[in-house]
Design a protein around this ligand. Structure first.
Ligand SMILES: *Cc1c(COP(=O)(O)O)cnc(C)c1O
Length: 421
């Protein structure tokens, strides 16, 4: 099936007399006739639900839909995008491990990988995503266990060279994990280009209505854990907390995602509520239509900004003048995302003043939903930094992050124009 069809019909296939749309199984527990049946579930000897922290049928249907869209072998929903990225890394890293990370990642991910994981004894080296192959290879250590990047970085809007990063990761015997939140599985499928694990903050375009926080992990099934047995003992040696099963032997291609569920979800418990999974599913049904409109509107606005003499610069990977245009064409030929950054000639002060005059575009700490919104990092998310520090962090003081919604584009442009005037 094509993606538009999977979005509407995937995940849930009702049998005779069952609800037409995905039911919300709002139950913590599932009943069995015999204690032996229940015991088999605990031992991973049989498939089935017994407690929603480990698995829930509503969540599984939605995870299955995202899995089909990404072309993976298995997927899991998490309570947030942060939880998805944490689990994806922690599933194969432990005290003494090292991670190579693109420096252009979401601020929350940067803090997680650089600061919080360090407290668990996991070290991280950040590399410029535009570095040479030599520079990238030099970042690896004997204890490197994964590489992490974002397909389109939030908010830098750099496009990751998947093949360059996958080649480096695989030549060092480790997987590449990519956060694919901004282009969504509609515009980009990183697995096609060698990415092993894909994550999402479903809070953004997948939900699309700013209604629920959530995340997802998709396993490509392509990484050969047994070929690098010593690096990944959690997947290739007996798990005593499950009577000595070896994930890579028992679950084959689905080893990574199975361990994520049976181990990390069991112990850390960042499960998505079935109610939120239901909302995400509604979002998924219209995702292809919305992404098409987000991209059309953002491209139109970016071109308008580029031709406006009050504007100093525009950054949007869908613009032909953009540094990442060719990479974007290669990996996401149908469109990138709806997020643009730009600066006004009046600089930082003009940015704040202009934003106060916007009527349709709201000032909110969010991106990637149906409503157009703006954020001025220098005044908001990065306000504790001075101009020099901002530039070092790759956020120029005049940078306005504009998340273009699905309203009529003429109204969005009219709003920007009156505010600039
Ligand atoms: C928002 C975001 C996250 C974090 O997701 P939450 O759902 O807010 O926890 C991670 N990665 C990217 C690229 C994001 O935009």
């Amino acid at each position: 099936m094509n993606k538009e069809t999977i979005c509407v019909q995937g995940g849930w296939t009702p049998k005779n007399g069952e609800p037409r749309i995905l039911p919300i199984i709002q139950s913590t527990t599932f009943k069995y006739e015999t204690s032996e049946e229940m015991g088999k579930l605990f031992d991973l000897e049989a498939d089935g639900y017994f407690y929603t922290r480990l698995a829930n049928p509503t969540n599984d249907c939605v995870a299955q839909k995202i899995c089909q869209l990404e072309g993976g072998v298995g997927a899991m929903l998490t309570s947030s995008g942060q939880a998805a990225n944490f689990f994806a890394v922690f599933n194969i890293c432990e005290t003494g491990s090292h991670v190579v990370m693109s420096s252009a990642v979401y601020g929350g991910t940067f803090n997680l990988l650089v600061n919080s994981l360090l407290k668990m004894g996991i070290e991280c080296t950040a590399v410029d995503p535009d570095c040479t192959e030599e520079e990238l290879n030099a970042a690896f250590k004997d204890n490197t266990r994964c590489v992490f990047g974002e397909s389109i970085a939030n908010p830098a809007l750099t496009v990751l060279d998947f093949e360059k990063f996958a080649k480096a990761a695989h030549s060092h015997g480790v997987p590449l994990i990519v956060d694919n939140t901004f282009p969504t599985p509609i515009n980009c499928n990183p697995i096609k280009y060698g990415v092993d694990i894909v994550t999402h903050s479903t809070t953004k375009y997948i939900d699309g209505h700013a209604a629920s926080v959530g995340g997802c992990i998709v396993d490509s099934g392509n990484f050969d854990w047994m070929a690098h047995k010593d690096k990944f003992p959690g997947l290739t040696t007996p798990d005593e907390s499950y009577h000595g099963i070896v994930y890579a032997e028992k679950f084959g291609k689905a080893a990574f995602i199975t361990k994520c569920t049976t181990h990390l979800m069991r112990d850390f418990g960042a499960i998505q509520s079935p109610q939120n999974a239901f909302y995400i599913n509604l979002g998924l049904e219209t995702l292809p239509l919305r992404m098409e409109r987000h991209c059309y509107n953002a491209t139109t606005v970016a071109k308008w900004l580029e031709n406006n003499d009050k504007v100093a610069w525009v950054n949007y990977p869908g613009l032909e003048s953009n540094k990442y245009y060719n990479l974007a064409q290669k990996y996401m030929p149908n469109g990138t995302c709806g997020v643009i950054s730009f600066g006004l000639k009046g600089g930082r002060e003009a940015a704040a003043k202009m934003m106060d005059k916007l009527k349709l575009a709201a000032i909110v700490t969010h991106v990637a939903d149906a409503r157009t919104c703006v954020l001025h990092p220098a005044s908001h998310t990065h306000r504790q930094m001075n101009d020099e520090q901002l530039i070092e962090a790759g956020v120029s003081p005049d940078l306005i992050r504009l998340s273009v919604g699905i309203e009529n584009v003429n109204d969005i442009i009219a709003d920007l124009e009156q505010a600039m005037n």
